[in-house]
Design a protein around this ligand. Structure first.
Ligand code: KG4
Ligand code: ZN
Length: 339
């Protein structure tokens, strides 16, 4: 089965061609340079740039995969949740292509796409498993009975997402955007025990997160420092903050996995590219008798191969979206598989 995937829910325009579970091409056009000057994503700029480039990105993905539209078995596109203008650029292009080439169309939930990113690895986890989804917009622990749902949300953030906490704290430190990558890099020479961060939302049965709490703790600690932090002190602060986020995420995700009795945990989304998170996940999993699956770093951040993968599973089951497929800014993951 050959599927073209499109993803444009936020500030990346991506297209990929998947032939069964083999990624034939995966093109990602990042807008980091466009938004860096503003210290965050400007929705209007994002959607205009997506509309300008969607054709080129699709063309490049098809050419690299040596595939023409007539060879496709379907077109999969992220139809939500996300920035509405950004989503529309991908959804409308996907409709045009599907109608013109007379191919089935399938709308994909962005978070189901992130879950599917784990299935692109070898070995792929067998469902059921638990997914820790950590991105710029979402932080959830989800029980996945099979791809397609219904998904049971075991815990989620009450406020900011983990990636958002990285980005906002990086901004307070005067670091560039996106901050997660910068904090990851600077932490490598830092001491994670140099600054004390609180254990947010503690308790064995508490699977909720609050990253706004950690962000505020970071601001309180910075009030006692001479700013801007530089050199070793900056590296120590980054490493301590990163460690607090990582231990919080993993403690809850591993406990939820043990309780689920699935024995398998996938960690997906942009923050899953974090080096410390990846190392600690593998270390800590041994003590919990849990098998951890981490997609390659390129498949953690937004990409279209994961969307093609989730779409392929649904298309193979005979599911189709109407040609009037609507983009949805808000779309709870819990709604999937229940209609
Ligand atoms: O999944 P993603 O690409 O887009 C969303 O769906 O939100 O995630 C983007 C988030 C950003 O907040 C970014 O700072 C964070 O993932 N991120 C990282 C790293 N790489 C990306 N956070 C920590 N360490 C990283 N290496
Ligand atoms: Zn994402």
């Amino acid at each position: 089965m050959i599927v073209l995937g499109l993803e444009s829910s936020c500030d990346e325009m991506a297209a990929a061609v998947l032939a069964d579970r083999t990624v034939r091409s995966s093109v990602v056009r990042s807008q980091v340079d466009l938004h860096a000057a503003y210290g965050g994503i400007v929705p209007e700029i994002a959607s205009r740039d997506h509309a300008l480039h969607v054709g080129f990105v699709i063309e490049e993905a098809l050419e690299k995969a040596k595939v023409t539209p007539s060879m496709l078995d379907g077109v999969a596109v992220t139809s939500g949740p996300g920035l509405i203008g950004s989503l529309l650029a991908g959804v409308e292009a996907a409709k045009g292509l599907a109608v013109a080439a007379r191919k089935p169309l399938i709308g994909v939930h962005h978070l189901e796409g992130h879950i599917a990113s784990a299935l692109l690895e070898n070995p792929a986890p067998e469902p059921p498993f638990v997914a820790l989804i950590v991105s710029g917009g979402h932080t959830s622990i989800v029980l996945v009975p099979e791809l397609g749902g219904p998904y049971e949300v075991i815990g989620q953030t009450r406020d900011d997402a983990a990636g958002e906490a990285f980005d906002k704290t990086a901004k307070s430190l005067g670091l560039g955007y996106p901050g997660g990558v910068e904090i990851d890099r600077l932490s490598q020479t830092g001491d994670p025990t140099a600054f004390g961060f609180p254990d947010v939302m503690p308790g064995r049965d508490n699977f909720a997160f609050s990253f706004s709490g950690l962000k505020t703790a970071a601001l309180r600690l910075l009030e006692r420092e001479t700013l801007p932090l530089t050199g070793q002190r900056l590296a120590d602060f980054c490493a301590s903050f990163q460690d607090a986020v990582v231990e919080n995420l993993l403690g809850k995700a591993l406990r939820a996995t043990r309780r689920s009795q699935t024995g398998r945990l996938i960690i997906v989304g942009g923050v899953a590219a974090n080096q410390r998170l990846r190392e600690r996940a593998l270390e800590k999993a041994k003590g919990h008798q849990v098998q951890v699956y981490l997609p390659s770093r390129a498949n953690c951040t937004d990409n279209a191969a994961m969307i093609a993968c989730a779409g392929m599973v649904r298309l193979a089951r005979g599911e189709r979206s109407p040609v009037g497929l609507a983009a949805r800014a808000h779309w709870p993951l819990q709604d999937l598989g229940r209609s």
